[in-house]
Design a protein around this ligand. Sequence first.
Ligand code: TYD
Length: 155
Amino acid sequence: MNVEKTLVLLKPCTVQRALIGEIIQIFEKKGLRVAGLKMMQLDDAILAEHYAHLVDRPFFPGLKASMMATPVVALALEGVEAIEVVRQMAGPTNGRKALPGTIRGDYSMSGQQNIVHASDGPESAAAELRRFFRPEEIFDWENPLDRSLYSDDGC
Ligand code: TYD
């Protein structure tokens, strides 16, 4: 049973549009367990690390400014194959291209103001969870409803 944790950021556009609760509810309704949750103000250093693959792109300064416009909400979500599930739920980067039914498809018209960040693989999920949460801020609580979410073998 491939239980994974993944990192989601609710971006400043989501905070400004008062969608924090609505977006968290989408993940909760899906059956993902909230293992960590906090609000934090991002700065240059953490964004240079988080978006290291994009620092040379022309849109990086604008991206950085948009990610520092207000605090973000960081979530650690857990579930079987949670990394892929959450990426699918987020949809493609550009909200205009994302299909209805995905979070970006339903809530975003932009390739930058696109509601959520979601880790894109096991290595990035591990690194990003360490980047945004101290170990004691992630909780491995047991959910008695797991039996109604999964079969005994996690299917
Ligand atoms: P990326 O890691 O390519 O996408 P994703 O968030 O889907 O994993 O890009 C990170 C963020 O950079 C993206 O969410 C929004 C921003 N971005 C822009 O502002 N302009 C762009 O042209 C691209 C590709 C990304």
